[in-house]
Design a protein around this ligand. Structure first.
Ligand code: HSE
Length: 414
C-alpha cells in the first residue's frame, strides 16, 4: 500500500480524490499497489465528506509521518506551497504538483533537491491540464532538437476569446462563465493578464532547452485590451486572435520567448483550438510539427494528470525520472524588442489617406485590412518585418496629423 498526502482540497484536490475513489481497481492494477490517501491538508472543514477523517490543518502531521512516501501539492500559489514542497523533498518524500507558479519560479531548485535525494518531482498537470505534454517533451521527443514551441496554454482566455469571436459576448460575461466552470485561477487576473500562460511557456522552455526560464524574464501581454473590433480585423485578415506563448531557439543560442495575443491564420492548426481547449505545437528537427490538443483546464482533466504522476511515482519510487533542467547563464533570453515580426496596427485617424502615407514613409511594407462595419476614423494595417523597438521609435510617425495608435497585435508565422 502506498500512503500519500494531499496538500489542498480545492478544485484540483477534490478532483484528485474523485479520480482515486472512482478508479480504485484500475489504479491498483496500474500502480501494483493500493493508493491510500492518509492525510489531506486544508484549513477549511469538510464534515460532510465520506473521507472527512483524513483532514488535518497541520503540515507537521504530514512531514512527520514517515509512512507517507508521496505528497501531492495542489494548493496553488507560491507560499506556503514552495516551503512545504521543499521540506517534503528534503525529508525523503517524492512530490507531485499541478502548481505552475511553483514549477515556473522554483523548478530548477526543486529538481536539484529531488535529484540529490534520489526522488521524483513530477508536474505533468502544471501545463495543459489533462494533455500529456511534459512526458512527451522529455521522453517521446527526446531524440529531437526542439526548435520552437507555440501554444494556446490558458483555457480561461481561450474560452473568453472564443465567446467574443463566436457569440460577440462581452469580456466580463465570458470571464464569469469561465469562473463558474472552474477554469479560472483564484485570481483571474493571472489568466487574462497572461501570467498563467507565461508560467506554462517557461516550464516548457525550461524542459525543452534544459535551462530555467523565469517568468519575470518574459515579455507578457494579456487579452484585457483585445476588443471586438480587433476580432473583426483578424477575421478580415483571414484568421482569429489567440493568446499564444511562444519560444524559439535562435542561431546565437539565445531564446526568443514571448506571451501575447496574436493573429493566427485560419490555416494554422492552432486557429481551430477553441473554448477551454489548449493546443501546443512542438517543432522538432526530426518530427516536424507535432500538435498536442485537449482540455487545458478543469477539475477532472487536471486531476487525471496528477493521478497519473502519482502512479508514476509509485512505480519509479527508487528510480528517478529524467525530468531535469538547471539555471541558465546570464543573457540566455534575447531582448524581445529586437525580433523582427509582422504586426497588425489599429489606428484612429481623422484622415486615413494621410495616415497611410505617413505609414508608407516610415515602414517598407504596409498593407491595409478593412473589417466589416469599419468606423469612419478607423484604420487597420499590417506592417511586415519590424521589431517592437522600431515600432516604439516610429510611434511619432504612426501618430502624425492627429492619428492615435489604439493597439498593436503580433501576427504569428505558424
Ligand atoms: N486557469 C488555468 C487555465 C487553469 O485557464 O488554463 C489550468 O492551468
Amino acid at each position: 500500500m502506498a500512503d500519500i498526502a494531499i496538500l489542498g482540497h480545492g478544485v484540483v484536490g477534490s478532483g484528485v480524490m474523485e479520480v482515486i475513489e472512482g478508479h480504485r481497481e484500475s489504479l491498483f492494477e496500474r500502480a501494483k499497489e493500493e493508493i491510500n490517501v492518509k492525510h489531506i491538508l486544508d484549513l477549511r472543514d469538510f464534515p460532510d465528506l465520506p473521507y472527512s477523517d483524513k483532514f488535518t490543518k497541520s503540515f507537521d502531521d504530514i512531514i512527520g509521518d514517515d509512512s507517507v512516501r508521496i505528497v501531492v501539492e495542489v494548493m496553488g500559489g507560491l507560499h506556503p506551497a514552495y516551503d512545504y514542497v521543499k521540506a517534503c523533498l528534503e525529508s525523503g518524500k517524492s512530490v507531485v504538483t499541478s502548481n505552475k507558479e511553483l514549477v515556473a519560479t522554483k523548478g530548477a531548485e526543486l529538481l536539484r533537491i529531488a535529484r540529490e535525494n534520489n526522488l521524483n518531482f513530477l508536474f505533468e498537470a502544471s501545463v495543459g491540464g489533462g494533455i500529456p505534454i511534459i512526458r512527451p517533451i522529455s521522453q517521446c521527443l527526446a531524440a529531437n532538437d526542439v526548435a520552437e514551441i507555440a501554444g494556446i496554454l490558458n483555457g480561461t482566455t481561450n474560452f473568453i476569446l472564443t465567446k467574443m469571436i463566436r457569440d460577440k459576448m462581452d469580456f466580463a460575461e465570458a470571464l464569469k462563465l469561465a469562473q463558474e466552470n472552474g477554469y479560472a485561477e483564484r485570481d483571474p487576473s493571472a489568466d487574462v493578464g497572461g501570467e498563467d500562460s507565461c508560467r506554462k511557456i517557461c516550464i516548457l522552455a525550461s524542459l525543452a532547452f534544459g535551462h530555467h526560464v523565469y517568468p519575470d524574464e518574459v515579455y507578457t501581454q494579456g487579452i484585457t485590451e483585445i476588443t471586438l473590433e480587433d476580432v473583426g480585423y483578424a477575421k478580415a485578415w483571414g484568421g482569429v486572435i489567440k493568446l499564444i506563448g511562444q519560444v524559439k531557439m535562435l542561431g546565437n543560442r539565445k531564446l526568443h520567448i514571448i506571451v501575447a495575443p496574436m493573429f493566427i491564420s485560419e490555416e494554422s492548426q492552432l486557429a481551430h483550438v477553441d473554448d477551454v481547449f489548449n493546443g501546443i505545437m512542438v517543432r522538432g528537427d526530426a518530427t516536424g510539427d507535432v500538435v498536442f490538443y485537449g482540455k487545458g483546464a478543469g477539475k477532472l482533466p487536471t486531476a487525471s494528470a496528477v493521478v497519473a504522476d502519482i502512479i508514476d511515482c509509485i512505480k519509479h519510487f527508487k528510480a528517478r525520472k529524467y525530468l531535469f533542467w538547471e539555471d541558465a547563464k546570464p543573457d540566455y533570453i534575447e531582448d524581445y524588442k529586437l525580433a523582427k515580426m509582422n504586426f497588425f496596427l489599429h489606428i484612429n485617424t481623422p484622415d486615413k489617406e494621410k495616415t497611410m502615407r505617413s505609414l508608407e514613409d516610415a515602414f517598407e511594407k504596409v498593407r491595409r485590412v478593412i473589417r466589416d462595419n469599419e468606423n469612419e476614423n478607423e484604420l487597420g494595417v499590417v506592417i511586415s518585418d519590424v521589431s517592437f523597438a522600431e515600432l516604439d521609435e516610429k510611434k511619432a510617425h504612426i501618430e502624425k496629423d492627429g492619428a492615435r495608435l489604439l493597439g498593436r497585435i503580433v501576427i504569428s508565422e505558424f
